[in-house]
Write a protein that binds this ligand. Structure first.
Ligand code: CAA
Length: 264
């Protein structure tokens, strides 16, 4: 596949099994317009369906991951239009429907919808100097793409409340300290992207069936009680004994060699 079909994003395969999506509206600091999100969802769907892809990375550039939803597009929106067209609902595709792991590589601004986009990804890597925040309060609104829910789960109520009520930014370094980001890279966007791609390549090297199951069970922890979640995990664990890759993985361990996954 090529990026030719897209206007606001670039797609590439930097390593075997890794699908990279680069948000590419640099003049608008990658503001997440509806046309951009349509392309993002299309690319995500294609990578999710592509058997050659095992993990996906979403990034921006050195200045911005994304500076939020497109304020110029939103400014004239009426309640009726927002409500009738379920404005921003298509953003949920990433969180609700993409089954392969998605890593956000965040350098520069990740504000408002940009922060929420990162929070919808399965893993966040960022530069120490990245700038996260939910500044919607300054625009007379509130986070609209899950920020109030996902940031609160990530940092706890008091800190999320303070951030969302003041609109104050937080750094990549703080994101690491608070557990929002899994890794904080000291270098620039390129160094960050290298780390994110390396992790995606590691994930893409495992059985696709096991990887999708691993993402599914961790996500269930966000929705279910502990008892239900543990039971859900156990059932899926049981289910994996029906895969070829479980036999292949455990046989290879016993024979002290690398498994060759069939993804079946
Ligand atoms: N929407 C539309 N355009 C945006 C934008 C956004 N979210 N963020 C930046 N831009 C545009 C600017 O309007 C500017 O365009 P022009 O050159 O045509 O004037 C261009 O990108 C460059 O931006 P700045 O000149 O402002 O760059 P800066 O370096 O001076 O400032 C910034 C950077 C602090 C990030 C500033 O651009 C900014 O505050 N952006 C808005 C951040 C924000 O409020 N995001 C939340 C949006 S609401 C939301 O996301 C709702 C939701 O929950 C889904």
């Amino acid at each position: 596949s090529s990026s030719a079909a897209y206007e606001h994003i670039l797609i590439s395969t930097p390593k075997p099994g890794v699908g990279l999506i680069t948000l590419n509206r640099p003049k608008a600091l990658n503001a997440l317009s509806s046309p951009l999100f349509k392309e993002l969802n299309d690319a995500l769907t294609k990578y999710d369906e592509d058997e050659a892809i095992g993990a996906i990375v979403i990034t921006g550039n050195g200045k911005a991951f994304a500076a939020g939803a497109d304020i110029k597009e939103m400014a004239p929106l009426t309640f009726s239009a927002a409500y009738s067209n379920n404005f921003i609902a298509p953003w949920s595709h990433l969180a609700n429907s993409v089954r392969k792991p998605v890593i956000a590589a965040v350098a520069g601004y990740a504000l408002g919808g940009g922060c929420e986009l990162a929070l919808m990804c399965d893993v966040i890597y960022c530069t120490a100097s990245a700038t996260f925040g939910q500044p919607e309060i300054k625009l007379g609104v509130v986070p609209g793409a899950g920020g109030s829910q996902r940031l609160t789960r990530a940092v706890g109520k008091s800190k999320a409340m303070e951030l969302i009520l003041t609109g104050k930014n937080f750094s990549g370094r703080e994101a690491g300290e608070w557990g929002v980001a899994a890794k904080v890279v000291e270098g620039d966007h390129q160094a960050l992207l290298g780390e994110a791609i390396a992790t995606a390549e590691t994930i893409a090297g495992y059985s696709r069936v096991a990887v999708v199951a691993a993402k599914e069970v961790v996500n269930k922890s966000q929705e279910l009680s502990l008892r239900e979640g543990v039971e859900y995990e156990r059932r899926l664990f049981h289910g994996l004994f029906g895969s070829e890759d479980q036999k292949i993985g455990m046989k290879a361990f016993a024979e002290k060699r690398k498994p060759e996954w069939t993804n079946k």
